[in-house]
Design a binder for this molecule. Sequence first.
Ligand code: WTA
Length: 656
Amino acid sequence: MRDIDVLLQEHRKFPPSDDFRSHAAITDRSLWDAASADYERYWAGEAARLEWMKPWTQVLDWKPPHAQWFTGGKLNAAANCVDRHVRPSTGSRRNKAAIIWEGEPGDRRTLTYWDLFIEVSKFANVLRQLGVKKGDRVAIYLPMVPEAAIAMLACARIGAIHSVVFGGFAPESLRDRINDAEAKVLITADGGYRRGGIVPLKRSADKALEECPSIEHVVVVRRRAGADGDEAFATMQDGRDHWWHRLMQRAPIACEPEPMDAEDVLYILYTSGTTGKPKGIVHTTGGYLTGCATTMRQVFDLREDDVFFCTADVGWVTGHSYVVYGPLANGATVLMYEGAPDWPEKDRMWDLCERHGATILYTAPTAIRAFMKWGSEWVTKHDLSSLRLLGSVGEPINPEAWIWYQQNVGGGRCPVVDTWWQTETGAIVISPVPGVTETKPGSATQPLPGYFPEILNNDGKPVPVGGGLLTLTKPWPSMLRTIWNDDPRYVETYFSKWTDRPDLYFAGDGARRDDEGYYWLLGRVDDVLNIAGHRIGTMEVESALVEHPSVAEAAVVGKTHDVKGQAITAFVTLREGKTGGHDLREELRDFVAQKIGAIARPDDVLFSADLPKTRSGKIMRRLLRDIAEGRALGDITTLADPNVVAQLKEQYEGSE
Ligand code: WTA
């Protein structure tokens, strides 16, 4: 409620400056008009900017809740992201930087489009030699190194389906994702640099692979300088494990891209839902690439000489759509950074922007709030005059952080685009278009052309002005097609909120629309947390906790956090004879981090004799949230035993 009050009081507006408008590619609303008049035709026009091997016969085949876009058409995503830019007839970007990369220790690599073409083609041949065929799944568990993009594009080139797993995930999370997708090959690295230390990815991978029967081969990128046999970080298993650079030495270059059906699967990306089991979000080729490429141009006003710095890890959808597919499909230059933003000092981001001449920065509110906390002197000591546009993604951005970003990083000169979207939407949906939209701090503003959101109440009634549930009322090209191996869950999660309307996509977010049609995103309305921009299901953390021998029952809620947006608070009841205390609290926090990954480590663990439940036995998370936030308790009339709450509240307040 407090957040809503702050947003309701926000009345500042920032129209595009004349200076920005005079150079911007889009300065009027004709695209919206075209899209509203006939959205299939509009999207077909955007799709036609890609390179197709065979034209489609139908733009949209919509049998709610399943959509197919550009059916009958054939294309290859890697050919669109790479070959097109180096072919003498169509591309003049042969020597243009595709990826400018910097490792955390300061090592640098620049891959031109030609370099990328060679690397992707060779690695595609490596995959083929390892027996990977069209439709096979390949798991990728890498740090932020160019090989991550190369591996993704190499999969796309031969029609293999990649499943990138964030390098911060623990072995069990990796194992579950590999097994769900039945991946044949895993691509990992001996390690990656993070805050001066090494994240031992291969070691984690080995642990995961103890229980992954589908994996036949492991390709290991050597990130650590040193000899091949650096036993400390990578023990190579004979026959199964291969060094990337060794395979590449022998790989031929020539590799024809596989003609893929528009609806062939491009990738699976796992994301958290409301159960303990992550969902494998499925994206297909033609529609996804259309969505990424189009939004990349519109939202970031992309120009030929831009240096686009997206700070997201390739393990998340932002890394897929706006480090790899969106920028490269447009022949842009992306800046990729491996490590932590505060290493070796708290100005690393600004140092990177300055030295590489970044023109567009796309980052998350969590990062912005951390920068604010560290102090603007870290920013202002660098010359950031090359920046011309700033973006935000992943969480609601509070107006204060928005203004700080605009003033301190953008020097009051750069438009700020707050972009709302999801793993499921594949591409940005609600966002300013910087040469057109008047922005309001804290609002993602309005839908891009070709998207039709609406706010509905619980009964499915539209709320033209006011708060409710965010829905998308029409299909869009880059929408998820299903959940891997679980289409019923796809239908149930996204298209069953309003039973008589199987065509309405339920986003899982609450939002308010103001009297000018601006959207103000208010956070998740389901049991999904957003911790520092990362989606984590409460059930995932609860399932991890109850695996600990001391834990009988666990309930996890999000608590407002000034930097991370939300932090995890876990309420735990212990088994007979176990007593909670500082040591067990720390043990449980570590236990969750080891099971899922450090991003899921609870900030607070609170022991309780009992958890508040309804008479039917359902844990009342709402009350736990009230307790965690230190709020007055809401309605407790449905509670089986009201004493439980009173005790918990007393205990929690005493513990702070
Ligand atoms: C949240 C990340 C407010 C939202 C691209 C959504 C946002 C979830 C914004 C998706 C934004 C993302 N304003 N909230 N601009 N962008 N979110 O799948 O709750 O990792 O449902 O995709 O992040 O997270 P995901």
